[in-house]
Design a protein around this ligand. Structure first.
Ligand SMILES: [Zn+2]
Length: 506
């Protein structure tokens, strides 16, 4: 039976759209298709039809598989409810490359491996190379878009390292004179959010022979741009946001979105779990990557990276759970700022789930000026005099190590059954005890540390048999604080996945 499903989907879209623009009820339609169907290059495209006259804009991402921000931004932009015209999005053009993290189309000969050199070259026949290149080109020719905007990333800031095209907007010829005024607005919009002038986006003229935008400019008369963010030392959420800011400026100019429209909107579709994963200031190492691996175990789920600007814009309201991984709790708090922290607390109070791992568990605590105070525990962090060393804060217990952990009965119920005691990676996570704050419910212990690590003498005996994982309620929401790093062990990822699902209330 196909029809009941189809009607459920229509009803869902109807509600989803009504949420954004009550006046546009049911006028916007979201449909999907596939390019390269039945091949290993198979990849979805999305058509967002406003049903009001206006331009056709094609947004492409992921032509290079090692440039994730473009693919992610395109995937987010496809959920924008547009006011006029038609938005067509191909978020993951080089799907196998994105999965493998490689620039090129995997396993192809050199001359057709770079998807963004596979399109008809200047003066040559109107033929594209490679299966997916041909599929994309046939698709673009049929579409005849007024605009083609291809989202990429460079390795360095162009103003600092001129060999890289990072942080630029490249306008394809011919037509670069025509697109120039809009490019200036797009640059102004993104540069207004960047403090360091050396990291500002700058305009460049011309795009590579064989690129999608150049072929579209020459053969379809499209206004064609390549947007390039910079991967170097910048979180994925920031780069993704920069792409969205530039595209929003273009759409504002085309009358396709209202002024200052949200750049992150609620993801449409039949999803069981929408997770916001914080990856910005105060996050260190492989935390976000490991959490993404955890999320793969949860069917019908989606994980979007968020940073302080997204959170301050109110983006958490689109999600069921926010996750703060390892790093530094105080630096995460500083990056969020007062308004960001308020947004996180409000999100949980209204029923959102919070998962804090190591640094994220410090962030949720009740005992710091900067902490969120959404769970009723304090951390063992006071300074002690160490003979011959000086005054030292007790949170530091040395480099990453392995300790033993044991689930409680409630822990087994929520996180899944496990043997009596098992090893888990530990790296200076909080040692917690009740904070006794009035009006905040007490926490429940889901797991105990059954061994410990100590760097200073006074730490000995203060970790073993203290809580490793706890949970508490805050308003209508649930908080899960995890002191160690189960997400970095393959064997424990399903346990973390259960915890994330549990705090979502699903
Ligand atoms: Zn690229």
């Amino acid at each position: 039976m196909r029809f009941p499903g189809f009607f459920a989907w229509s009803a869902f879209l109807f509600l989803g759209v009504a949420q954004f623009f009550p006046s546009l009820r049911a006028e916007i339609s979201f449909t999907e298709g596939t390019l390269g169907e039945g091949t290993r290059w198979e990849t979805p495209f999305h058509v967002i039809e406003s049903n009001h006259p206006g331009p056709t804009v094609l947004i492409t991402g992921g032509l290079h598989g090692n440039e994730p921000a473009g693919a992610r931004a395109a995937e987010q932009i496809r959920h924008w409810p547009i006011l006029r015209g038609r938005l067509v999005v191909l978020p993951r053009a080089n799907q196998p490359g994105l999965r493998a993290g490689t620039r090129h189309l995997p396993k192809l000969a050199k001359e057709e491996a770079d998807l963004n050199r596979n399109f008809p070259r200047t003066g040559a026949d109107d033929e594209a190379r490679s299966v997916i290149g041909q599929a994309v080109w046939t698709f673009a020719r049929k579409l005849k878009p007024n605009w083609v905007v291809d989202l990429h990333e460079g390795y360095h800031f162009h103003q600092i390292q001129s060999k890289s095209v990072g942080s630029t907007i490249l306008a394809s010829r011919p037509g670069d004179q025509r697109t120039r005024p809009v490019v200036i607005r797009m640059l102004a919009a993104v540069n207004a959010t960047i403090a360091d002038p050396d990291k500002h986006f700058v305009p460049l003229r011309g795009t590579a022979n064989g690129s999608l935008t150049r072929a579209a400019a020459e053969r379809l008369g499209s206004n064609s741009l390549i947007l390039e963010t910079t991967t170097r030392e910048q979180p994925l959420s920031l780069r993704t946001r920069q792409h969205r800011l530039m595209v929003r400026a273009l759409f504002e100019n085309l009358g396709m979105v209202p002024k200052d429209a949200l750049t992150m909107t609620r993801p449409q579709g039949e999803l069981n779990l929408r997770v916001a994963l914080y990856d910005s200031g105060g996050v260190g190492g492989s935390g976000p990557r490991n959490v993404q691996e955890v999320m793969k175990a949860i069917p019908q789920s989606l994980t979007w990276r968020v940073g302080p600007s997204d959170i301050r814009e109110g983006a958490l309201s689109h999600f069921d759970v926010v996750i703060f991984p390892g790093g530094s709790g105080s630096k995460q708090a500083a990056a969020l700022g007062i308004e960001g922290r308020r947004q996180v607390c409000t999100f949980v109070e209204r029923g959102g789930g919070f998962v804090g791992i190591c640094a994220g568990a410090y962030l949720a605590a009740a005992n710091y000026k900067w902490s969120l105070k959404i769970c009723n525990y304090k951390t063992f962090c006071e300074a002690r005099e160490i003979p011959g060393v000086g005054r030292k804060s007790m949170w530091y217990r040395g480099p990453s190590s392995t300790v033993e952990m044991e689930l409680t009965n409630e822990g087994r119920r929520i996180l899944g059954d496990r043997a009596a005691s098992f090893p888990v990676r530990y790296h200076n996570g909080p040692i917690v005890s009740p904070a006794g704050i009035d009006g905040l419910p007490g926490y429940q212990v889901l797991a105990w540390f059954r061994s410990e690590v100590a760097h200073y003498e006074p730490q000995k005996g203060t970790m073993v048999n203290t809580p490793a994982i706890i949970t508490g309620a805050f308003g209508k929401g649930r908080v899960l604080s995890i002191s160690p790093h189960p997400e970095s062990s393959k064997a424990l990822r399903s346990m973390v996945a259960r915890g994330i699902q549990w705090v979502s209330g699903n």
